[in-house]
Design a protein around this ligand. Structure first.
Ligand SMILES: Cc1ncc(COP(=O)(O)O)c(C=O)c1O
Length: 434
C-alpha cells in the first residue's frame, strides 16, 4: 500500500506534457493582461483594427472579422450570405461537433461527405457527388494541418453559385505552393480556442476573400453584440492560469487540483456548452470577440511564423519516428505543402492501452477525431447517421495524436520519441494492426 501511494505521489509530482495551451507562453499571457489594461480606455474598434492589421500581415487580401469562436464565425458567414432554413451545407464527416453547430445556428442543414482515409480530407469527386439543388455552401476542412484539394474544389464549383468556406481551425499556417490555406475560398474560418495552433483562449476569425460577401458580412457584424467585458476577462484569466498549470514542473499536481477546482466552481468554462451537444444554440452564440481576447489574439498573430515553425519542426521529428517504426500516419503533407497543427496523428491497434501507456510517461495522447463526428451527436438536428461514412469511421476508431506544439522543449520531444520507440519495441501487439 505505501509503495502504491508513493508511485501515485511520484506520478502527480511529474511534469505532464499536455496537448492543450500549446501556443500560450505564460509571459505572453501576462503581456496580454497588461495590453488589455492599457487599452481599457480605447474603443474596442481600435483593438479590432489592430487585430485585423496583425492578421493581414499574413492574409493581406482578406477582410478580417473577429468572433467569440470559429463556429460562430461560420454561422455568421452563412447567415450573411443569406443561407438558412431549407438550404444544405456540405461538411466533412470527419470533424468536430462544433462545425455542424455553426451550420445549425444559421438554420441550414448539415450534409456530410466521407473522407480519403490517407489524407483525412474530402476529395473533389466527393463534393461533386454530394451536391443537390439545395446545396448553398461547402465547408472545406483542412484536417489537422493537412491541406485539402481546395484549388480543385474551388475550380469545380466555379459558376454554380456555391459559397466555399475553408475550415482552417486546425490548419492555421498550413500552405500549398507557398500560399496559406484560407486564401483560396470565398471565406475561411480560424479557431483561436485553447487547444489550437494559435490560441487566445477562445475566439474565431472569419477571413472574407470575396468582396461581395465582405459587404454582407460587414452589415451583419455591425449589428452583433460584443462578448461581455467580465466574461472576456474571465476567459483570459482562465487561459493564463491553465497555461501556467500545464507548463509548470508539477503540472500533473496543479492540473489535478487548480484546474479541477476552476471547473468545479464554474469559474472555468469548457468550449462547448452542454446544450450545444443537443444542437441548442444560445442567444449569445454569435458575438464579437471580447477585448481581453483581442489583446492576446494580436500578440499571437504577431508570432504566427514562430509558433507555426515550432509545430512544423516538432511534427517532422515525430513523423520521422513514426515512419521509421512503420506506424501508419494519415495526413502527411505532400512536397508542395506545409502542414501546421498542434498535434500529429497516427493509427494504433489498441487506443485505450496506448493512452494509458503514454499517460504513465507523463504524455497526453489525444483522440481527434474519434467520432468520426466527435463526439457523436445525440440530436437529429445534426442529421448525422453512424454507419454512413465508412472511411471516416475506420480512421476514427484507431486514431490518436501526440502533441507537437511549440511548448515542447527539446527534452520533451526526445521523451516523446523515446516513448514511441519503447511502445513499438515492447508493446507491438497494442500498436500494430493488420
Ligand atoms: C475542424 C474544426 N473546425 C471548427 C472548430 C470550431 O472551433 P471553435 O471551438 O473556435 O468554435 C473546431 C473545434 O475544435 C474544429 O476542430
Amino acid at each position: 500500500m505505501p509503495y502504491r501511494v508513493n508511485i501515485e505521489l511520484f506520478q502527480m509530482l511529474k511534469r505532464h506534457i499536455s496537448l492543450f495551451y500549446g501556443s500560450i507562453s505564460v509571459k505572453r499571457g501576462l503581456h496580454a493582461l497588461w495590453c488589455w489594461s492599457a487599452g481599457l480606455f480605447e474603443t474596442p474598434d481600435k483593438s479590432r483594427v489592430r487585430l485585423a492589421q496583425a492578421v493581414n500581415e499574413h492574409f493581406s487580401d482578406g477582410a478580417v472579422f473577429a468572433f467569440g469562436s470559429a463556429r460562430s464565425s461560420l454561422a455568421a458567414c452563412l447567415k450573411a450570405t443569406g443561407i438558412g432554413p431549407g438550404d444544405e451545407v456540405l461538411l466533412s464527416a470527419y470533424t468536430c461537433l462544433a462545425v455542424p453547430i455553426g451550420v445549425i445556428a444559421s438554420g441550414a442543414k448539415p450534409i456530410y461527405m466521407d473522407i480519403n482515409p490517407d489524407t483525412l480530407n474530402v476529395e473533389t469527386a466527393d463534393v461533386i457527388a454530394a451536391l443537390t439543388p439545395k446545396t448553398k455552401a461547402v465547408v472545406v476542412q483542412h484536417t489537422l494541418g493537412k491541406p485539402a484539394p481546395i484549388q480543385q474544389i474551388v475550380a469545380a464549383l466555379k459558376g454554380r453559385g456555391i459559397v466555399v468556406i475553408e475550415d482552417c481551425a486546425l490548419a492555421l499556417g498550413s500552405q500549398i505552393n507557398g500560399l496559406y490555406t484560407g486564401t483560396f475560398g470565398d471565406a475561411a474560418i480560424f479557431s483561436m480556442e485553447l487547444s489550437k495552433t494559435l490560441s487566445s483562449g477562445w475566439g474565431g476569425i472569419l477571413l472574407v476573400n470575396n468582396p461581395k460577401l465582405e459587404q454582407d458580412v460587414k452589415m451583419l457584424y455591425k449589428s452583433l453584440p460584443e462578448a461581455g467585458a467580465l466574461s472576456s476577462l474571465r476567459d483570459l484569466l482562465q487561459t493564463v492560469i491553465s497555461a501556467w498549470c500545464s507548463q509548470a514542473v508539477f503540472s500533473n499536481l496543479l492540473g489535478k487540483y487548480i484546474m479541477a477546482a476552476g471547473f468545479k466552481s464554474h469559474v472555468f468554462r469548457s468550449s462547448t456548452p452542454k446544450a450545444e451537444f443537443d444542437g441548442h444554440i444560445s442567444p449569445r452564440f454569435m458575438v464579437k470577440m471580447g477585448r481581453a481576447q483581442l489583446a492576446l489574439a494580436v500578440l499571437q498573430w504577431e508570432n504566427l511564423k514562430l509558433i507555426a515553425a515550432d509545430c512544423v519542426s516538432n511534427a517532422n521529428i515525430i513523423r520521422a519516428t513514426l515512419h521509421r517504426l512503420d506506424i501508419p500516419t494519415p495526413g502527411v503533407p505532400n512536397a508542395n505543402e506545409i502542414a501546421v497543427a498542434p498535434r500529429v496523428s497516427f493509427l494504433v491497434a489498441n487506443r485505450q492501452f496506448c493512452q494509458t501507456f503514454f499517460s504513465a510517461k507523463g504524455i497526453e495522447l489525444g483522440q481527434w477525431f474519434n467520432g468520426p463526428l466527435s463526439p457523436v451527436p445525440r440530436s437529429r438536428l445534426f442529421n448525422y447517421f453512424p454507419g454512413k461514412y465508412p472511411a471516416a469511421e475506420k480512421v476514427a476508431a484507431r486514431v490518436v495524436n501526440l502533441p507537437c506544439h511549440g511548448r515542447l522543449s527539446q527534452a520533451d520531444l526526445a521523451h516523446v520519441v523515446a516513448s514511441l520507440e519503447t511502445l513499438a519495441k515492447k508493446q507491438s501487439s497494442n500498436l500494430y494492426f493488420d
